[in-house]
Design a protein around this ligand. Structure first.
Ligand SMILES: [Zn+2]
Length: 219
């Protein structure tokens, strides 16, 4: 299995691709983690839309889920393909616009564990542990590095911020065990914050800061 970093940007950036990742089970079978408002266009640009067999969402903020229904509708109405969905899909329409896309969804055929994380009041927010390999925090106000899933994961993607609040401050990951931190990569940032995040990640003993286009091998 390979992990491809599609985008790493938070909301409110001028350009680039929202935080989004693909776990490739095969070259034509990808599991997409989060599908923010800029992600569908990036999938189209790369010729990936017909290769995304599953879409997992951490929560419904638009920089994480803004083009997810469009992707489902494209796959259903244009490609005639079914898509597995999991995680925090919320109220995807049961009738009217989006209903066909809902009809052509299935459950994931791989291991998916989710657990609730604090982030936005009144909104379902989930950490995603995928295929017993990758733990993705989504936006969370606290570190998930002390969870059983973090111990089991081969790789962890943790959204962070420089200041804390609704998204955990990168410095707050420092308390985790060294072997957990070494496999943890941070994401979800404004391009202008990249250098500062790299400094903080080094200081905290983390694996690094993700960038679009990076690839990782997962056994
Ligand atoms: Zn959010």
């Amino acid at each position: 299995m390979k992990l491809e970093v599609l985008g790493t940007h938070s909301a409110f950036v001028k350009s680039g691709v929202n935080n989004s990742f693909i776990l490739w089970r095969q070259a034509d079978d990808g599991i997409l983690l989060d599908c923010g408002y800029s992600v569908f266009q990036e999938l189209q640009r790369r010729g990936y839309s017909d290769k995304i067999g599953a879409v997992l969402l951490s929560h419904q903020h638009q920089d994480h889920a803004g083009s997810a229904v469009t992707l489902l509708e494209y796959r259903c109405n244009i490609l005639g393909k079914t898509t597995a969905i999991g995680g925090a899909w919320g109220n995807l329409p049961q009738s009217g616009d989006g209903a066909d896309a809902r009809r052509m969804t299935t459950s994931p055929d791989f291991m998916l564990e989710t657990f609730a994380v604090p982030h936005a009041r009144g909104m379902e927010c989930l950490a995603l542990f995928v295929a017993d390999k990758l733990l993705y925090s989504g936006d969370t106000a606290v570190s998930v590095l002390d969870t059983p899933q973090a111990a089991r994961a081969q790789m962890i993607i943790h959204d962070v911020s420089l200041k804390g609040g609704a998204i955990v401050k990168i410095d707050d990951l420092t308390a985790a065990a060294p072997e957990i931190k070494a496999k943890t990569y941070v994401s979800h940032y404004r391009p202008e914050d990249y250098d500062e995040l790299c400094r903080c990640a080094r200081k905290a003993g983390l694996g690094g800061v993700l960038k679009a286009g990076m690839m990782f091998d997962l056994d």
